[in-house]
Structures are given as C-alpha cells and as structure tokens.
Design a protein around this ligand. Structure first.
Ligand code: UD1
Length: 336
C-alpha cells in the first residue's frame, strides 16, 4: 500500500514508518518538526534500506495538505499532535488548534482526495478516571484535561463522519503507555526538556542526565503502593498499526481498539527492570502523588486480538533493554 504518515518524525510515527517499510509498503511522511527531529527520518531510511519521502508540513497548512493528499494514497496513519498533559492545561487553545483543527483539516483533505482509510493515534486517556480494570473499549469515556478533550473530540469527529458518510474505514487505536525503542537503538523517544513520562526520565537518570527518579507517590492501593500502568513496547505498538491497516478492508465505519499489553507494572517494578537493563542501580526517591494521576490502569487487549489479529509480544525486560540501548547510544537524543 501507499501510506501517508502524519507526525512521521515523532517517537511513534518514526517506528511506524520503519515497520511499514520493513513490511514492503510505500511510505510518505510529514511532520512540522515542532517536537521531533528530521534525523529520525534519515535513521529510518538507513535501518530499512528503503526510500522514505519526507516533507516538512503542518496540519494547519490546508493547501499543502490538499496538494499532498491529491498525490493519491491508499491509507493515512495520523500521529501528528501535541501530547503533554501539563502544557495542554496552560495552553488549551493551542491543543485544540493543533490536534482538533489539524485532524479536521486532514479528514477534509482525505475526503477531497477520495481516500477514506485512516488509522488514528488515540489514547487510553479517553477513559478518564478508570472505574474498573482491565479497561475494555466499552468503558465510559471522559476527558480529565484539555489534551484528553482533544483525543475525545477527534474520536467523535471520526465516529460522526463514518456514521453520515459511507466508505470510511477508521481504526481509532487507544494506546496505553508506549515505551522502548527499535532494537537497533538508532531511533527512540527524544522528549524536549524535562521528561514528564516515567521511562524517559528513568533512562535519562541511568545515563547520568538526571540525578534520580522522582516516584510520584507510594501510598496508592496497589501491591507496592506505586502507580500501575500498562507499558507497551513501541515496536509492538507500530505492528498494531500495521495489523489495523491490514484489516481495514473488513471495517465498516469507525472502530476503537485498545493497544495495550494487558498487564500492569508498578513504578518500582519499572525502575527495577530498568536497573537490570542498565547494569546499575537507578537512584530514586519517593515524592508526593502527582495531581491527576490514577492508581492503576491496564487494558483488556482481547478485542485487539479479535478485531485486528494483534497482540503485544515484548515484555518489560525487552522494553527496558531496547529503551536503554537507544538512550546509551544517544544520551542527548537526536542531538547526540
Ligand atoms: C501520561 C498522561 C496521559 C498520556 C500519557 C502519554 C498524565 C496524568 N497522564 O500517562 O494522559 O496519554 O502520559 O504520554 O500526565 N511517574 C513517576 N515519576 C515520573 C513520571 C511518572 O513516578 O517522573 C509515575 C506516574 O505517577 C505513573 C507512572 O509513573 O504512575 C506512569 O507515568 P507517565 O509515564 O507520566 O504516564 P501516565 O501518567 O500513565
């Protein structure tokens, strides 16, 4: 297939480009490079040994988007978007414009070019305050911050579009906590500034960029008191997108699918596994809870198996080993 990848230089987008190329698809990627590096694209070219066309383009550039879509694509994978929860609280309009308006522009350009196959990066954040684990796709949805609101809004836009117009086939993939890196260690997550997420913080501590990990709370009702999440290897996640792409022809409208491993690990379990991967103890200290955090959330991944024939195969040790390889080979990320 000929696939257009939005946000192709980002963490998950670059891994998806790589797996698409490895599987023999033709890929065109674009990104506005606001939170990513074009180096990721050159590394994907080197790793795959295949051509990968890349353009610097913003989803808010309707003309540019229209021109590109008109080239003709079989499907679009849509990763481009802002994803920092804290920043979304400070700048909700920026998030609405980029994530919601940007996605609306993309859907309009797809329609104009008569391409109606879409795989969209949604998030388990759409489940809001989780009532029951494991979380199934029928769990009620709620937004607990502006970032979550944008994911809900794009999901709703897709559901509505598919309801009123025939021919759309849309997979709304709800990611749990993506971590890890391609096994080569050549591409990976490269957050700008201080990482908000656990694994990048842990690995930056392992390579000496940070003093110690701050564990946000050890008084949760979980086995060791620290927060429990469903971590998923980014390569498994990328392969989940390929699985969805391969099954889109069986879709009738828009369908939401959880992409999680289906089991939870605590913050302390992650730090222990990361220490093993790094071959040294990673220092940490217990701090008060982070406002807005849930105690535990993990996915019921059974619908993914049924609907797109996909399941995660890489465990926590592999996630940590691969993430550690990336961080060690590229201590300063793509600026190394
Ligand atoms: C966060 C976002 C979520 C977003 C996801 C993807 C919040 C509240 N949630 O999920 O909406 O979709 O990232 O980017 O921001 N932790 C520490 N120390 C740290 C960092 C994290 O102890 O320095 C703990 C957290 O309390 C949590 C776990 O590690 O228990 C995972 O945190 P994180 O990686 O930030 O992911 P989420 O909070 O699950």
């Amino acid at each position: 297939m000929k696939v257009l990848v939005t946000g192709g230089a980002g963490y998950i987008g670059s891994h998806a480009c790589l797996e698409l190329l490895r599987a023999g698809h033709e890929v065109v990627g674009f990104d506005n490079l606001s939170n990513s590096s074009e180096k990721a694209i050159s590394r994907v070219r080197e790793l795959s040994g295949k051509p990968l066309r890349f353009e610097r383009l913003d989803l808010l550039d309707k003309q540019g988007l229209g021109r590109l879509m008109k080239e003709g694509f079989d499907a679009v994978m849509h990763f481009a978007g802002l994803k920092a929860v804290g920043e979304s609280v400070e700048k909700p309009d920026l998030y609405r414009r980029n994530n919601v308006e940007g996605s609306a522009n993309l859907l309009a350009a797809m329609k104009a070019a008569d391409c109606r196959n879409l795989v969209f990066s949604s998030s388990c954040t759409v489940y809001g305050a989780v009532q029951k684990n494991p979380v199934t796709e029928s769990h009620p949805r709620a937004a607990v911050n502006p970032y979550g609101e944008t994911k809900l809004a794009v999901e709703d836009m897709c559901f509505e579009l598919a309801r009123v117009e025939k021919g759309w086939r849309i997979a709304l993939l709800r990611y749990f906590n993506p971590v890890g890196a391609d096994a080569s260690g050549c591409i990976g997550e490269d957050p700008k500034g201080m990482p908000n997420n656990l694994m990048p913080f842990v690995m930056q501590t392992a390579v000496g960029r940070r003093d110690k990990v701050r564990v946000w709370g050890n008084d949760y009702p979980t086995p060791d008191g620290t927060g429990v999440r469903d971590y998923i290897h980014v390569t498994d996640l990328a392969l989940g997108h390929l699985a969805a792409l391969g099954r889109l022809d069986r879709f009738d409208g828009a369908l939401a699918v959880n992409l999680g491993a289906g089991r939870g690990y605590s913050v302390l379990e992650v730090i222990r596994a990361a220490s093993k991967a790094a071959g040294k103890d990673i220092p940490y200290e217990i701090r008060p809870r982070r406002p807005g955090d849930a105690a535990a959330i993990w996915a019921d991944p059974s619908f993914a198996k049924k609907s797109i024939g996909w399941g995660a195969t890489r465990g926590l040790d592999e996630m940590c080993a691969d993430h550690c390889r990336w961080q060690t080979q590229n201590p300063e990320g793509f600026a190394s």
